[in-house]
Design a protein around this ligand. Sequence first.
Ligand SMILES: [Zn+2]
Ligand SMILES: [Zn+2]
Length: 308
Amino acid sequence: MNRREFLETVAAAAVLPIAGGQAPAGEWGSPVFDLHFHLRPQAAANLAHLDGAGIAKANLLTRGGALDQVKAIDAAAPGRFIWFTSADVTKPDAERTLTQAVKSGAQGFGEMKFHVAADGPELRRMYALAADLRVPILIHFQEVDHTPNEGTWSTGYAKVFESILKAYPNTTFIGHADAFWANVSADYHDEAVYPGGPVARGGVTDRWLADYANLFGDLSAVSGNNALARDPGFSSDFLKRHQDKLLFGSDCSCRDGHGAGYSNPAAPKMTGKCVARETLSQLKRSASPAIMQKIAWGNAHRLLKIPA
Ligand SMILES: [Zn+2]
Ligand SMILES: [Zn+2]
């Protein structure tokens, strides 16, 4: 799709801005901000997911030159989107590209999903740059392939990331994906993509959210959903304990906000479901209305310094 076609699809997507900046609480009992929403090439497709899932606003995760698309969608649906930027961290111009995007309005780095070590030189440069530019950095941690030769991302999380949290106190880290969420349990040793069953208390993610002011958790994707679904007794305490550090996100690829077209080979039970809806339902069941409001809405606005 070229720029003109994109603009036309934006114009065709008859959407209403959020009147007076007040988002409705709707079916979730709180307005919802989706921290983890990958920009879709067709503008209308972005809005179809938000509207279908009852989501007021979303953070568009982009890579490379997406400024024209972001501007077009923002013009068509004012107040409903902000955006993050990413660039290949193994390339020498990554810092320049990211800096330029932040100067153009990107409000964070993400998602950072590359085949490098979590404490390697490539990501260390990004941690330092995020602190310099005063934007958060959203990282995908994964140690187990979903499919043969898929590869792993930001590796070594459970072993090395505490040293990173200490070394970069002025960087705001947002953790996400399989290894981040599997490590709510102290007995995880990279043996499963989405481990099930009761959580062994004292996992590193749980401890570090408590101990480090610069770490936040993005509850998106099947990984975040699974961490909340596997042990209800754990989840309600966990949400209470970290109510100021957790942010709702979907990372859902369904078409309509109701599950159309969704599949994940590693999680067959999610086929045909909307990850956003599943996790929002889970949160609504497990958290008080006040905590739901923080996780679904308030925390993201505070962290990203955007008006609620
Ligand atoms: Zn991811
Ligand atoms: Zn969905």
